[in-house]
Design a protein. Structure first.
Length: 158
């Protein structure tokens, strides 16, 4: 059995055949502003899969997306007992949070109907709990660097 692991080549692209962007934000306001600028460019039909630990900044990011869609970001809160909150803006915004989703109910969520709606934008917190990756979705991975810093990586699934 091989007991040593060779170091990863630094140039290796962990997500081949995808375009990725990485940002470091230094405050919640910066994360919000980054997401708002993305939200402003959305045309409908986009699915954003937000992943990262509790407190990473997924809801801050969702608020920024909402602001970019012309929705009051203070209306966007972590849906505690509901799975989906719907906000009407320039485009309809579905804010999904799968945190409290029981593992045996991860199938048949009925989200496909939302995904197929090309007039709306969907953002899903705890998207790693989905059992599949919706076609043409955008991954947003948020990692804690320090109390005020986050690394945000964004890439398209192909
Ligand atoms: P999640 O939805 O991922 O559980 P939240 O968005 O609810 O996380 O909370 C993120 C927390 O981290 C907030 O308290 C926010 O003020 C704080 N924070 C500190 N620095 C940042 C940053 N650079 N980006 C986003 N949030 C940050
Ligand atoms: Mg949240």
């Amino acid at each position: 059995m091989k007991t040593t692991t060779s170091p990863e080549p630094e140039t290796r692209n962990p997500k081949p055949e995808t375009r990725s962007d990485a940002f470091t934000t230094h405050s919640p306001e910066e994360t919000f502003a980054l997401a708002r600028s993305i939200g402003e460019q959305l045309k409908g039909g986009e699915i954003l899969l937000l992943s990262g630990d509790l407190g990473a900044g997924k809801t801050v990011f969702a608020k920024g997306l909402a602001a970019g869609l012309g929705i009051d970001p203070t209306d966007v809160t972590s849906p505690s007992f509901t799975l989906v909150n719907i906000h009407e803006g320039r485009l309809r915004f579905y804010h999904v949070d799968l945190y409290r989703l029981e593992s045996d109910s991860r199938r048949d969520l009925g989200l496909e109907e939302i995904f197929e709606d090309s007039d709306c934008v969907t953002a899903i917190e705890w998207a790693e709990r989905l059992q599949y990756t919706p076609l043409n979705s955008t991954h947003v991975s948020i990692d804690y660097l320090s109390d005020s810093e986050r690394k945000i990586e964004i890439w398209q699934s192909v």
